[in-house]
Ligand binder design. Structure first.
Ligand SMILES: Cc1ncc(COP(=O)(O)O)c(C=O)c1O
Length: 363
């Protein structure tokens, strides 16, 4: 690359990136023409949200964006930044989360969506519903298939934020589970273990690719070309992470992703059992964790007035994060053998200030 940068960027790099994209499409059974690589989920999600607002305005209609109060923080900010006046937030944590203890996950989430749909006497035709496949702060798996089906009946466009999806879940985008999902975003640098800087934006519908997704968040050379080209190049930078995909996918394919998930889940369940025994029987709140994350609810008595309520437990040895009721998160690194230590940490951890800004740092 350093010997002849122009030749590298113009001739060598781009075909290799396309190769990465094609292999990733095969891995998650996506439409080959409908998978674009991006640097991260944030870039892809921005592209969709901006595109939705832009196309609605071009058509002279008012866009609506529907998120959940448990959606990823920056996604809620993206929506509010683009079109704050018409962002609808489903109050799941506020009104429905506690119901997961007694009712099936799918039923509770559908009720929450239903209530929002029924709450307004309006058409949802120009709405974009964003469904987090796995929530970051509360480690819940949303029932994508059922929610997408209901949203489609209401006329909504459906975007799934599957940032935690790749490898942690069996993603077959050509299956019935995703038939009502219009756009699917996932990160390669989470459970797939790529180096940071790999994500995908999938859309099997050409009509959407030429309207909502006509313009990526970063516009560059590829803007007048096809879907993949528009997103492929976002300026001169290090694309090495995306070039790792063939190796990473080959690694997982040879190990059998289904088996990997089973192993992850088994180890996670062992850790959950340790914590449940230590804390109390009923602390495992939801039955819908992924292979790698699960949600705990600590009884208020156990907490003795402290703020920590949800434990977001990651397998693969590394992180337990503690989410208090106002969803600020404190993460602590523990080894898999020191899960027990997590219990005492949970009770002594205080909240970080989520609103601290880098602008005020005095370097
Ligand atoms: C649910 C969800 N959406 C979006 C993102 C953003 O991902 P990234 O920072 O890689 O853009 C994350 C990151 O943790 C996430 O958990």
């Amino acid at each position: 690359m350093e010997q002849q940068p122009l030749r590298y960027f113009d001739r060598d790099l781009l075909p290799h990136l396309v190769y990465s994209a094609r292999l990733l499409a095969t891995f998650c059974k996506a439409d080959r023409a409908g998978l674009a690589l991006t640097q991260n989920a944030t870039t892809a999600l921005n592209g969709v949200i901006q595109g939705h607002v832009r196309i609605c305005r071009e058509r002279g209609v008012t866009p609506t964006i529907v998120v959940w109060d448990i959606s990823y923080g920056s996604v809620k900010k993206m929506a509010n930044h683009q079109f704050g006046a018409n962002v609808v937030e489903i109050p799941f944590q506020a009104n429905f989360l506690h119901k997961l203890r007694e009712s099936p996950t799918e039923e509770v989430f559908l009720k929450a969506l239903e209530q929002t749909i029924d709450s307004a006497d309006k058409s949802w035709e120009n709405s974009l519903l964003i469904i987090d496949q796995t929530t970051s702060n509360t480690a819940l798996n949303l029932p994508v298939r059922a929610l997408a089906q209901r949203a489609k009946q209401a006329g909504m466009l459906v975007l799934v934020d599957g940032a935690h999806g790749l490898l942690a879940q069996d993603i077959a985008l050509d299956s019935d589970d995703y038939e009502n999902v219009d756009m699917y975003v996932s990160n390669g640098h989470k459970w797939l273990y790529c180096p940071r800087g790999v994500a995908m934006l999938c859309c099997a519908k050409e009509e959407l690719r030429e309207t909502t997704l006509r313009q990526p968040a970063v516009v560059s050379h590829g803007i007048d070309d096809g879907y993949l080209s528009r997103f492929l190049w976002d300026g001169t930078r290090n694309y090495a992470a995306q070039l790792s995909l063939p190796l990473v996918l080959d690694h997982w394919n040879r190990r059998n992703p289904a088996l990997v998930r089973t192993t992850m889940r088994t180890r996670l369940m062992d850790a959950i059992q340790i914590l449940a025994d230590l804390w109390h029987d009923g602390c495992v709140l939801s039955q819908s964790g992924t292979a790698g994350t699960w949600l705990f609810d600590l009884a208020s008595g156990l907490l003795d007035g402290r703020s920590c309520r949800f434990i977001h437990l990651f397998d693969t040895s590394s992180v337990v994060s503690f989410t208090d009721s106002s969803t600020s998160v404190v993460s602590s690194t523990v080894s898999s053998t020191s899960m027990l230590a997590a219990s005492s940490m949970a009770l002594s951890t205080s909240s970080v200030n989520p609103s601290s800004s880098f602008d005020s740092f005095a370097f």
